[in-house]
Design a protein around this ligand. Structure first.
Ligand SMILES: Cc1cc2nc3c(=O)[nH]c(=O)nc-3n(C[C@H](O)[C@H](O)[C@H](O)COP(=O)(O)OP(=O)(O)OC[C@H]3O[C@@H](n4cnc5c(N)ncnc54)[C@H](O)[C@@H]3O)c2cc1C
Length: 413
C-alpha cells in the first residue's frame, strides 16, 4: 500500500516510521521538515509533572505514551548510527517560596490522586541532588518516571532511519526507504474510499492509497476532500531558549544540572531541561496573542526566573531563542482517527502541549488503524479517547468529523 504523509513534524515522522515498519511504501511531503512546533519543543516526556486537575481523559494517554518511548528509541537507534536524544533523568518540581511550594503541593496532590509516582523531598535532599540550585528554594517533589528527548536530535535520527535501506532480517517485513517531497500540500482529491491524489504547491501530484494528515496547525488550510476538515485547533505560542555553558562539559567539567526542573517562582512557571552536553533549555511562555515572533517580555521573565532557580545560568551563552505555535485542541487531547467521509484518510493532529510525548502512541495507533488491524481493548480505548468526532463544534454542527458513527476503536479497517 502506498501512504502519503502530509507533514514531517514529530507526528508525521513517527507515523511514517510505524507505517514503514508495517511494510507500506511511504512518501512524506513537507517543505520544512521538523521546522514547526517540534523545532521549538523542550521534549519533556513528563506524564507526571504535566498532568493538571480535570484532565482525567488525558492522563492515561500521557502515561501510555511514556511507555512507548523506550521501544521507539531502541528501534530507531538500531536503524541508524545517530543519537536519539533520549534521557531518563526525572523531574524535580520545586517552589521558590512558601506560597509557591503550597501551589506545588496542590499539584502533587493531583498526581497522587491519579496514582502517579511523586515523592516529597526535604530541602537538603534537593540540594544534595542538585547542588547548583538556589539554596533558598523552599522545597519540592521528585517525579522519577519523567524523562526527556531532544526533539531536534530525534527528528534527525528518524529522518535518517526512514531514508536508509533497512535489513529485513533486523526489521522483518519493513517497507522501502521513504521518499521525501519538499513541497507544501495544497489539496487532496479522489473518491471517498480512495485512491487519492495529493497535490502540492510545486504543481506535482502524488497517487496515494491512504493519506495521513499530520501537518500540525497546517491542517486547517487544506483543500479538496480536506476542505471541511474543520478541526477545532488554535495556535498557542511559546517562546523558549537554549543556553550553552561557556566551557564545554567533559571529563573534567560536570554539568550544573542533571534533573529537569519545573519551578514555581512568585507564582510564575519556568522549566529547565538539561541536555547531556550541558545545554539547558529554558521555557516556555504560553501566549494566545497571535504574535509569530519572539516576545521580549516573555523571554525576559523566563530568563529572570531561570536565573533565580539556577544562578550559574547567568554565565551561560544564549545559543538560540525560538517561538512557535502549539496546535491546541479544546481539551488538550489530539485528534487521531479516520475521516468518516473519506475513511482512507487518517487525521493525526492537535497534539497541543504534549506532542513530543504523545507522538509514539498516536503514530502507532494511527498506523494500525490505517492498516486495518484489530486493536487490543486497551489500545481501542486509548484511540477512542482521541476520536476527532468527540468535539461537537457549535459553529459547524454537521461537519464531517462530528458525524455520528462508531467510535474510533471500532474502525478496524
Ligand atoms: C515552546 C514549546 C515547547 C514545547 N515543549 C514540549 C515538551 O516539552 N513536551 C511535549 O511533549 N510537547 C511539547 N511541545 C508541544 C509539541 O511541540 C507539539 O505538540 C508537537 O511538536 C506537534 O507536532 P506535530 O508534528 O503535530 O506538528 P509540527 O511540529 O508543527 O509539524 C507540522 C509539520 O507540518 C508541516 N506542514 C504544515 N502544513 C503543511 C502542508 N500544507 N503540507 C505539508 N506539510 C505541512 C510543517 O512544515 C511542519 O513540519 C512544545 C511546544 C512548544 C511551542
Amino acid at each position: 500500500m502506498h501512504v502519503v504523509v502530509l507533514g514531517a513534524g514529530i507526528v508525521g515522522l513517527q507515523s511514517a516510521w510505524h507505517l514503514r515498519l508495517k511494510g507500506h511504501r511511504v512518501t512524506v511531503c513537507d517543505p520544512d521538515v521538523a521546522g514547526g512546533a517540534t523545532y521549538a519543543a523542550a521534549g519533556m516526556l513528563a506524564p507526571v509533572s504535566e498532568v493538571q486537575f480535570g484532565q482525567e481523559r488525558l492522563y492515561p494517554l500521557l502515561v501510555a505514551a511514556r511507555r512507548e518511548y523506550p521501544r521507539l528509541v531502541e528501534e530507531v537507534g538500531r536503524a541508524t548510527d545517530l543519537p536519539t536524544g533520549f534521557l531518563d533523568n526525572g523531574t524535580l518540581l520545586i517552589g521558590g517560596d512558601r506560597s509557591d511550594l503550597e501551589r506545588v503541593r496542590d499539584h502533587a496532590r493531583v498526581h497522587t490522586e491519579y496514582g502517579l509516582n511523586i515523592q516529597r523531598l526535604a530541602t537538603q535532599e534537593i540540594q544534595q541532588r542538585e547542588p547548583f540550585l538556589n539554596a533558598r528554594i523552599a522545597g519540592g517533589f521528585a517525579a522519577p518516571d519523567d524523562a526527556q528527548v531532544d526533539p531536534r536530535v530525534l527528528c534527525v535520527a528518524l529522518r535518517d532511519a526512514l531514508s536508509r535501506e533497512l535489513d529485513p532480517t533486523e526489521f522483518p517485513g519493513v517497507g522501502p526507504a521513504v521518499e521525501w517531497v519538499a513541497e507544501r500540500v495544497e489539496r487532496v482529491t479522489g473518491s471517498a474510499d480512495g485512491p487519492y491524489a495529493v497535490h502540492t504547491d510545486g504543481g506535482t501530484e502524488w497517487a496515494a492509497d491512504r493519506v495521513v494528515v499530520a501537518c500540525g496547525m497546517g491542517c486547517t488550510s487544506l483543500n479538496g476532500i480536506l476542505s471541511d476538515l474543520s478541526l477545532d485547533l488554535r495556535p498557542v505560542y511559546g517562546d523558549i531558549l537554549r543556553l550553552r555553558p561557556r566551557d564545554p562539559v567533559g571529563a573534567d567539567r560536570k554539568p550544573v544540572l542533571s534533573s529537569t526542573i519545573r519551578a514555581t517562582i512568585l507564582g510564575r512557571q519556568v522549566y529547565l531541561v538539561p541536555r547531556d552536553d550541558g545545554e539547558i533549555v529554558v521555557g516556555a511562555t504560553v501566549r494566545e496573542d497571535g504574535l509569530d515572533g519572539i516576545h521580549a517580555g516573555g523571554v525576559h521573565e523566563l530568563l529572570e526566573d531561570a536565573i533565580t532557580v539556577l544562578p550559574a545560568l547567568r554565565h551561560f551563552e544564549i545559543a538560540d531563542i525560538t517561538a512557535r505555535a502549539r496546535p491546541v485542541s479544546p481539551d488538550d487531547i489530539p485528534y487521531v482517527g479516520l475521516i468518516p467521509k473519506a475513511p482512507g484518510i487518517l487525521v493525526s493532529a492537535g497534539y497541543s502541549r504534549h506532542g513530543i510525548l504523545l507522538a509514539p502512541l498516536g503514530a502507532r495507533l494511527g498506523a494500525a488503524l490505517l492498516s486495518g488491524e484489530t486493536l487490543s481493548s486497551e489500545d481501542a480505548e486509548l484511540l477512542a479517547a482521541m476520536n476527532p468526532g468527540r468535539i461537537e463544534r457549535e459553529a459547524a454542527p454537521n461537519h464531517s468529523l462530528t458525524q455520528k458513527g462508531p467510535a474510533n476503536g471500532n474502525h478496524h479497517r
